[in-house]
Design a protein around this ligand. Structure first.
Ligand code: 5GP
Length: 207
């Protein structure tokens, strides 16, 4: 049977406020071959966000139905809302040979790691804790209480760095994107992924 390479599942995670969403949008804008999964959430849309593009916006009932029907690859409750990755899109896209990027928080990422040990796990870090505080505060879309909540969650999330394959600093968005693209290229060359593909090279008798 002809060898068919599956796409890579790339998980981009990191603490709240580090800029995962911004980096993800910048990667999308580059028009690379990466397919970016659109998550489902029960959070209310922020100004400018579009249903089906930024998220699939759901009620709690609708989301719980997706959980019950096993339609999510992973899900987590984060700062009072549900977030989850629709399963079907990811599986179909990987099967077709295209890489898929999930931009998700750390609890969800750990669930993916259990079910997809072949995934590539990237942890985005801020240049400093002060810079992280600034980014959370400057988002300006949230109340004082929510900001405090996000900050304390972010500190705990930073502890999860040790479970990831790669740590990429988001000092500047385009540079973070360059590093992510470099990781993807390297992962495509990983021996364990390509050994099957090149087996025929060692099967030619002596030539
Ligand atoms: P926000 O409300 O700022 O859009 O997202 C809050 C957090 O939820 C971010 O850390 C984001 O990465 C994460 N998130 C977005 N989609 C998903 C998802 O499908 N699953 C999980 N586990 N986290 C998600």
């Amino acid at each position: 049977m002809a060898y068919k390479e599956k796409g890579l599942l790339i998980v981009l995670s990191g603490p709240s406020g580090v800029g995962k969403g911004t980096v993800c949008r910048a990667l999308r804008a580059r028009g690379t071959n990466l397919a970016v999964s659109v998550s489902a959430t029960t959070r209310k849309p922020r100004a400018g966000e579009r249903d089906g593009v930024d998220y699939f916006f759901k009620t709690r009932e609708q989301f719980e139905e997706m959980i019950a029907k096993n339609q999510l690859l992973e899900w987590a409750e984060y700062v009072g809302n549900y977030y989850g990755t629709p399963l079907e899109y990811v599986e179909k896209t990987l099967e077709s040979g295209r890489d898929v990027l999930l931009e998700i928080e750390v609890q969800g990422a750990m669930k993916v790691k259990k079910n997809y040990p072949d995934g590539v796990f990237i942890f985005l870090v801020p240049p400093s804790l002060n810079e992280l505080k600034k980014r959370i505060t400057n988002r300006g879309t949230e109340s004082e209480e929510l900001i405090e909540n996000r900050l304390s969650v972010a500190r705990e999330e930073l502890e999860m760095m040790k479970h990831y394959d790669y740590v990429i600093e988001n000092d500047e968005v385009e540079r973070a994107c360059d590093r992510i693209e470099a990781v993807v290229v390297a992962e495509h060359c990983r021996r364990s992924r390509v050994i099957e593909k090149y087996k025929m090279l060692t099967e030619v008798d002596g030539r």
